[in-house]
Design a protein. Structure first.
Length: 453
């Protein structure tokens, strides 16, 4: 789980970078300096708070993974914030963190406007280019996906302190095989000139091209020529953030209308809103709402569903535009995450606690509280990874998991009827930081976060 990518480091309060540093030191002492840079492969685990799988990667015939793991653990100096270290039969190194340390680690997040997420140590000037329809086209499903992914990447990078330039390119990059060779060459030269302009005149550190897989070979050639001709100076980066196809769940092929043309984005969005209205009314949630409030929640659910369902899928994977699966209030849907957010807001309203930064001490008394706090610690790390790799699905999946953990906490840990006032204050504080993390994360994905559903 390397958190060092593309010139900047953003970790927040996650324990992962600390554990990685201790493991790298242990690897250096156990096996020599050439192993000091080895990725310890630290992951979350069902068997412990964290698991390091580096021993499996380094194992060989005479030295099996459990032996390698034992040599590493002998040299591991993790301090008092790790309460237990165990080696599995296969060589996994499982670590359990000190519960009191975990609780204290959350306090700066609870007290910070930015949830203790620092801005990038080395802010970058990033240009995102994504395709848009040319003057002869209308926006279709593919353009919609590029817009959603591009907007989320831009929001994340900006939150991390980077300057983002958004540029939309009309029509396809390059030219089709049916186009005359001269026209293709002109297009290629124009793209090379654009790279030079962006690096030399706009002083861009990182160029990210959000485009489909059909443009992979063209962009690889473009980047190679740019590097050969000295257009990519040291420190600048040229990246193709590949966007997978939008497919029809009924056919498994690219989403098209009955006439065989790509579906218009406006028609798809209208269909999603219609389905959102049906599901909301069937749930009975809007029985006491006036027409304006009902419409606002339906709009938030529909808009959020289109974005969140897309962003849950890794951008390079094919994405099935399934309206029935994306609309709902349970499962991997934006409705569930939005409902979990609204639930936290409702608890705070009833407890007369504002969802603002505060220094209230947070205690961990149950497994559900512990799991929730551990996940909250990884918010900054997740944002850093999502921004560095232009992969907003990392944040979307983090938020879904956060919603699941928050609901488990809600059902297992009484807040307003807590055993005593001290525990009540602690749980209200935990609700507040959970709510702010959900709202902040959803906003970075462009997803509305209603405070009532």
């Amino acid at each position: 789980m390397s958190h060092l990518q593309d010139g900047f480091t953003v970790t927040g309060r996650s324990p992962v970078p600390l554990i990685e540093a201790w493991f790298r030191a242990a690897l250096r002492v156990a096996f020599g300096g050439k192993y000091a840079g080895t990725d310890p492969l630290v992951r979350r685990s069902r068997h412990a708070d964290l698991q390091a799988n580096v021993a499996l990667a380094l194992a060989n015939k005479p030295f099996p993974a459990p032996y390698v793991a034992g040599e590493i653990v002998k040299m591991l100096r993790v301090g008092d914030f790790v309460s237990d270290v165990r080696i599995s039969a296969l060589g996994h190194i499982n670590l359990t963190l000190n519960t009191e340390w975990v609780a204290k680690r959350l306090s700066p997040i609870s007290a910070s406007e930015r949830l203790a997420v620092p801005v990038a140590a080395t802010p970058q000037r990033v240009l995102l280019e994504y395709s848009s329809p040319d003057v002869a086209e209308v926006m279709h499903a593919g353009h919609l996906r590029t817009e959603i992914v591009g907007d989320a990447v831009a929001r994340i990078l900006e939150f991390l302190g980077n300057q983002v330039i958004r540029e939309r390119r009309a029509g396809d990059r390059g030219a089709s095989s049916r186009t005359a060779a001269g026209a293709r060459l002109d297009c290629f030269n124009a793209d090379l000139a654009a790279i030079r302009h962006r690096i030399e005149d706009q002083r861009v550190d990182r160029l990210v091209y959000l485009a489909g897989g059909e443009q992979r070979e063209y962009l690889e050639l473009l980047f190679a020529v740019a590097r050969m001709t000295g257009m990519e100076p040291s420190g600048a980066a040229l990246e193709h953030a590949e966007i997978g196809l939008v497919i029809d769940p009924r056919t498994g092929s690219e989403l098209k209308s009955r006439s065989g043309e790509a579906f218009r984005a406006s028609a798809l969005l209208a269909g999603v809103r219609e389905r959102a209205a049906e599901v909301f009314d069937e749930s009975g949630r809007g029985a006491r709402l006036d027409a304006e409030a009902r419409a606002a929640i339906i709009d938030a659910t529909a808009d959020g569903a289109v974005r969140f369902a897309d962003l849950l899928v890794a951008r390079h994977d094919r994405y099935s535009f399934d309206v029935n699966r994306m609309i709902g209030f349970t499962g991997r849907t934006t409705g569930f995450v939005q409902y979990s957010t609204a639930r936290m807001a409702a608890i705070l309203r009833k407890g007369k606690r504002a969802p603002e930064p505060a220094s209230d001490p947070i205690m961990i008394k149950t497994g559900e509280e512990r799991a929730l706090v551990l996940h909250l610690l990884d918010f900054g790390l997740t944002l850093g990874q999502a921004g560095a790799a232009s992969e907003p699905h990392l944040l979307a999946r983090y938020l879904y998991d956060l919603a699941v953990l928050s609901m488990a906490f809600y059902w297992a840990c009484p807040v307003l009827k807590a055993p005593n006032e001290e525990i009540k204050a602690s749980r209200l504080a935990l609700c507040a930081v959970t709510l702010r993390t959900l709202v902040t994360g959803l906003d970075l994905l462009g997803v509305p976060a209603p405070d009532w559903m």
